[in-house]
Design a protein around this ligand. Structure first.
Ligand code: BG6
Length: 487
């Protein structure tokens, strides 16, 4: 069913995120009949564009980022009629606020308003202050914050305080688009709807766990942002820790937002601190050098940044994390993310322990459960079975029980933003991050970043198009473990 009529006001509307993710996601939901025709999408940014200019950009965004087969010209035209634009610098009190106020005043005062902040995070506080001074924060107003919330705990606190002065916590939606991914939510279903897994979900049966988000893209045009951020702040502190939470948490009492978020918080708080002194032992950081992708030579990170670039930023991280709880004992959680890697692949690998004793000539290989977040969304369980080749003894062979979701359910896998954008309108925070989660995640990340800043472990290099530096392999080999691609 369609959501209530809303006004979606996007700050930073000419940016990449709006074009690549937000507009296409809203188009898809419009196409599915979930957005009423009276709803409005109001872009704001500093550029002095007319409404028609911005609509033309939005149209181009749909052409570029919606699958051609899904783009119906008539439907697109009706969708673009929802799009408005106000040229406004949200961080400045003296900017064109009357323009936005007048436009908003054309709708009933109790209409749902979503202020989506897709600007630099250090502007969030000022934008909220201006919204409040202008009398634009109503009971029906919500604010969405894009990651990264700060660059460490102190700056995150400052941003959260800045926003929190004008919006109550239950009207603040901190987005982590990994939680909007169908397959990430499927982890909850897999674990808590299938006793066959959950009963084995602990150090009793599990040897180690890996969570990987590997990308083939480099930094593209995002150098200025990325170089200040790096893989730890861009991916690990938020996306990978959130996935880790869903894998490691205890069963929540219900699917209510706070029930789930309390359990995630417990995991974040149970993460064993990695002190600056520990970084040499438990972490690997690296950046890509020149290499080859799909048979073509590609430049290294420094060349991607531009001439004479100087940088100490990591584009790859691997970490051995521990969750200090009764359930997890000493089970390592290997987290890994990188740019310019061999394949685009986000997945969770649960490596089980093998049999305590073997009646077969060889020791059976351990079971392995792979949850493929993207692409090829699905679940695969590797089991040992009898080798059917005729011999005079019982030999074992490994085979996969494999579910490819798209095929199994014959359905389109929506982009994560589709679900999340409308959850904000519905006022459902279950897939958003609570303030204490952000804080706990930074509390764990900060000392690691500090150790790196003090050069307690070297910045390695890896060739573009590879699975990362040798040191990442060594991090697992120390315990007799292997990354999935080496199994
Ligand atoms: C974003 C990061 O949050 O996630 C990007 O800022 C990264 O650097 C992206 O490329 C990855 O998202 P996905 O959905 O493609 O895995």
């Amino acid at each position: 069913p369609p959501v209530d009529i809303f006004d979606y006001i996007v700050f930073g509307a000419t940016g990449d995120l709006t074009m690549r993710k937000l507009l296409p996601a809203l188009y898809y939901r419009y196409r599915d009949g979930q957005i009423p025709d009276q709803a409005r999408i109001i872009g704001t940014a500093r550029s002095p564009l007319s409404r028609a200019d911005f609509q033309a950009r939005a149209e181009k965004a749909l052409q570029n980022f919606v699958k051609p087969a899904d783009l119906d010209p008539d439907l697109a035209r009706r969708f673009l009629a929802l799009v408005h634009y106000v040229s406004l610098n949200g961080a400045e009190a003296g900017s064109n606020w009357p323009g936005l106020k007048d436009l908003l005043a054309e709708a009933p005062a109790d209409r749902i308003r979503v202020y989506y902040l897709a600007t630099a995070p250090d502007l969030y506080g000022r934008i909220c202050e201006n919204l409040s001074t202008q009398g634009l924060v109503t009971d029906q107003s919500r604010v969405v914050l894009e990651k990264p919330i700060g660059t460490d705990l102190a700056s995150a606190d400052e941003i959260n305080d800045g926003v929190g002065r004008f919006f109550p916590e239950n009207h603040i939606f901190r987005i982590d688009h990994y939680l909007g991914k169908e397959t990430v939510q499927a982890v909850i279903a897999l674990r808590f709807a299938n006793p066959v897994f959950e009963r084995l979900w602990s150090s009793d049966a599990i040897d180690y766990i890996q969570i990987t988000a590997a990308e083939t893209v480099g930094v593209e045009g995002r150098g200025p942002y990325y170089d200040k951020s790096g893989a730890m702040r861009d991916m690990i502190q938020n996306h990978l820790l959130q996935v880790l939470c869903l894998v490691a948490m205890d069963p929540p009492g219900s699917l209510e937002a706070d029930s789930l978020r309390n359990e995630k918080l417990k995991v974040l708080r149970a993460l064993r601190p990695i002190t600056p002194e520990d970084v040499a032992v438990s972490t690997v950081r690296a950046r890509y050098g020149a290499g080859e992708m799909g048979g073509k030579p590609v430049p290294g990170y420094l060349d991607d940044l531009g001439e004479n670039a100087v940088s100490n930023t990591e584009t790859f991280v691997a970490i051995r994390a521990q969750v200090d709880t009764w359930r997890w004992g000493n089970v390592p959680f290997y987290l890994r993310s990188g740019k310019r890697m061999a394949q685009k692949s986000s997945e969770i690998v649960i490596q089980f322990k093998t049999t305590p004793w073997s009646i077969f000539p060889e020791k059976p290989a351990a079971n392995r459960l792979v949850i493929r977040i993207q692409p090829d969304e699905g679940v695969m369980l590797t089991v040992s079975t009898k080798d059917p080749t005729p011999t005079d003894s019982v030999a074992l062979r490994q085979a996969d029980i494999n579910i490819a979701f798209e095929k199994a359910f014959a359905t389109r896998y929506p982009d994560a933003y589709e679900r999340l954008l409308l959850d904000v309108v519905r006022g459902d925070p279950v897939l958003f991050i609570r303030r204490d989660e952000v804080e706990a995640a930074w509390r764990w990340a900060d000392p690691i970043l500090q150790g790196w800043a003090e050069n307690k472990s070297p910045l390695e290099t890896y060739p573009a198009g590879s699975w990362g530096p040798d040191a990442a392999r060594a991090l697992l080999a120390e315990r007799g473990h292997r990354w999935h691609e080496d199994m």
